[in-house]
Each structure stands twice: as C-alpha cells, then as structure tokens.
Design a protein around this ligand. Structure first.
Ligand code: NIG
Ligand code: FE
Length: 416
C-alpha cells in the first residue's frame, strides 16, 4: 500500500526516542506533504513527496491519495478499566440530581457497586463484553492499551479480571498490558484499608505473580481509599516480585503520594488533578535524572466529574514527560475514545495540539513500557496507524469539536 500526498505524517522517526520530556513534546515530528509505504502489515518506508521514488512495480499495489489528511501512529491508551460488568448510568443520573461522586461512593455505590455486579458475572460473559469494548476502542484509533483489575474486590474476582485481560491480549495483535489494581476500594464487611492491603500482598499478589497475570500493580492513593502506608507496602512487595507500579494519585487530594511513587520508581503517576509544587519538583528531578516517572493526565475524568484538569502546562515546563489516557471506566470516565482525550487536553488542559498528540502516542507507550513497538511511525514496525479526515491543521482535532477526527484505523496494515 502506498499512501501519498499526506498533509502531515506525524511521529515518524528514523530512530525513535523512548519518550519525550515536557519541553520536547512540542517537537514531536510532523513531516509535511509526505508518503508512506506499507508492506505485509509493516511500515516499509516514508519520506517527503519531493523524494518520492516513483513506482517501479504496480503489481498488487494499492495507491491511496491522502490529500488534506494527517497520518498518525495509533493512540496508546495507558490507563483504562475496560473490564467491567455494567454501566453505572443511574449513578450519573443521581449526580445530575445533585449528589457528588464521593457521596455516591460513600453510600455503597461507585466502585463497590461495580464490584457487586462483577463478582456475579461469569468469566465468559465478562470476556465477551470486554472484547467488544476493546474492538470499539481500536476502531476509534487505539493501538496499545493498559487495562486494570480492581472491580473484583475478592481474591477470586480480581484473578478473574486479570485472566480476562490476559485472554484479551491473546485475541488482538496490539500490545495489551495488565495491571493488578489491588487497592481500589475497601470492600464491604469488616475490612480496613490496612487489612485489605495486607491480604492482597500476602495472599493474592504472590499468586498473581506466579501465574504471570500482571505487568503492574496499582493503588487508589486517596483520602477515604488507601493511604501512603498501604500504597508503599503494595509497591514494595510487588517490586520484590519484579512487578513495577502505575498509581492513581492526587485525584482529589495531594498528600505526598507523588513523591512516594517517584522514590519507589513507579512507571507512571496517574490523575494528578491536584498537584503541589513539591509534587512537580519530585517529578522534575526524576525526569532530570533520566529515570522519569510519566505523569498521566486523564482529562475525560475531569470533564465527566467536573473536577480540575491536570496542570499539564506546569508539568511540561518542569520538563516532566506527560501522557494522556482515557481512564475508561463506568464511574468517572465512560469513554474509550482517545481522540476525545486529546481534544479535551487541548481545549481544557492547555496543551498544544502536537503536545497532546505526543502525549497520547509516544508518551502513552512509554507509560506502559511498549515504546519499542507502539507510539511512533518507524520502518520495520507494525503498520498501526490512523488517518484523519481532511483538516486545515492539527488544531482541528479540537476546533471541530463535534466531529470525529479519525477517519480510518489500520492495524498491521489492515483497515478495521
Ligand atoms: O480512575 N479513581 C479511581 N478509579 C477510577 C474510577 C473508579 C470508578 O468510579 O469506578 C478512576 O477514576
Ligand atoms: Fe483510573
């Protein structure tokens, strides 16, 4: 397949970097008026139209004119809860009627509500629903994804979720990473946050590690959920088993979780709607040392809950690598559409279009350690790319805010 007259080929590298620091994100490359050759599902070559080599052999060749359209690497969604049992739209209605997200959670709704439904659902049914959601996410342009457990809230149901994620991984060719969200909410009954965490690290984590069911662990480090001691215990125990961490932190309150995660070499810290200057300094020094912790903003969650947007501009100015993800889940962000996250980051989180795109591709790949196979366009890589509709510039991702910017998605060179 030969694509010619591409308005801008985005994120194409001869030698791709592993991630981009904050101040580098604006230089994510855009090759104007370009061509791209895909052969047997792999990126064969690309370049500017002036150097277009011409076509020697037309046999079996499909030539596509991409006039006015951009071509990008597929999105890398590094934070999702895509495996869940049921919609929570009735809770959304309660919010519209005046209750807050926290009030709903405190009265047994929220994560506990999702857990009750998930415990009762069979693994087969859970898998089939999650597979459908994954296919939909891919159709909207996602070409690498991280998926968390955390709606099980029993040892058995957490393992069930993780097995579903591993089966999803077998069913698609794109990278799928599994995160054991061991500390998401304290289950009903006699549990305390400390006792639940102890149970998870003593009784469940070893099994999860043994069966190879998780690439990462995660905790909801937040007032009313899990504190610094629990988060530290989980990260330490996991790290002894060779599993690193991606952590929900600073969604509603900032109380030192970011520093804890930086000191523990987490791969990413996610949410960050509330950030102190100490938090930013900790992330900046990690970035400076060359061992960055990726700061992942989830603008869909801010939008849907009406909470502040992550101060991505401040993070980028401190040279922290920023990623964007959907947080796709039935409670706080019921959308798996990464283009929407990009649009919100541009409109609401003060990111330039090219910065938001770098955050949603290369840095998202880095936030799940798959930057060697996703997040950029490079020769010899799987042809996982998306084509936009005709645009005046990349700002149209947000300017035409009612339109779907992605027109076609290709995985291994095949249109979805
Ligand atoms: O990332 N904050 C914790 N977990 C999810 C939402 C959980 C839910 O409401 O189901 C999040 O927003
Ligand atoms: Fe989340």
């Amino acid at each position: 397949m030969l694509w010619k007259n591409i308005k801008g080929l985005v994120g194409a590298y001869d030698a791709p970097p592993p991630y981009l620091k904050g101040r580098e994100m604006g230089s994510f490359p855009v090759l104007e008026n370009a061509w791209l050759a895909i052969d047997e599902g792999v990126i064969a070559d690309f370049g500017p139209m002036e150097t277009f080599p011409g076509i020697a052999d037309w046999t079996g060749l499909e030539v596509v004119d991409c006039e006015g359209k951009y071509v990008l690497p597929t999105w890398c969604d590094s934070h999702t809860h895509l495996v869940f049992a049921a919609s929570r739209s009735h809770e959304f209605l309660s919010r519209l009627e005046g209750k807050t997200y926290q009030e709903i959670a405190e009265s047994g709704g929220g994560i506990l509500n999702s857990a009750r439904a998930l415990q009762e659902m069979s693994e087969a049914e859970l898998l089939s629903d999650a597979h459908q959601r994954l296919v939909q996410a891919m159709r909207s342009g996602t070409g690498a994804i991280e998926i968390k457990s955390g709606y099980g809230l029993t040892a058995e149901a957490e393992m069930k979720m993780l097995r579903v994620i591993r089966t999803l991984e077998e069913r698609v060719s794109i990278p799928v990473k599994a995160t054991f969200l061991a500390c998401h909410a304290v289950p009903e009954g006699d549990w305390s946050a400390a006792a639940w965490t102890q149970h998870m690290v003593d009784d469940v984590l070893p099994k999860v590690a043994d069966e190879g069911l998780a690439d990462y662990v995660d905790a909801f480090c937040e007032k009313g959920y899990f504190g610094l001691d629990e988060t530290r215990l989980l990260i330490d125990r996991a790290s002894r088993l060779g599993i690193s961490a991606k952590v929900h932190v600073n969604q509603f309150n900032a109380f030192g979780g970011v520093k804890l995660c930086v000191d523990a070499n987490a791969v990413s810290v996610d949410h960050l709607e509330e950030l102190t200057s100490d938090d930013i300094a900790a992330l900046a020094s990690a970035s400076e040392s060359g061992q960055p912790v990726i700061a992942t903003a989830l603008p869909g969650c801010s939008y849907f809950l009406g909470i502040p947007y992550t101060p991505t501009r401040k993070l980028m100015e401190a040279d922290v690598p920023v990623a964007l993800a959907t947080d796709f889940n039935p409670g706080s962000a019921p959308s798996s559409n990464m283009s929407r996250a990009v649009q919100l980051a541009i409109l609401k989180s003060n990111m330039l279009p090219i910065e938001a795109i770098a955050a949603a591709t290369l840095n998202g790949a880095a936030a799940m350690e798959v930057a060697d196979r996703a997040g950029v366009i490079a020769r010899g890589r799987a042809a996982n790319v998306l084509m936009t509709r005709e645009m005046n510039g990349l700002e149209d991702f947000a300017y035409d805010f009612g339109e779907e910017p992605v027109e076609k998605v290709f995985i291994d060179g095949a249109a979805l």
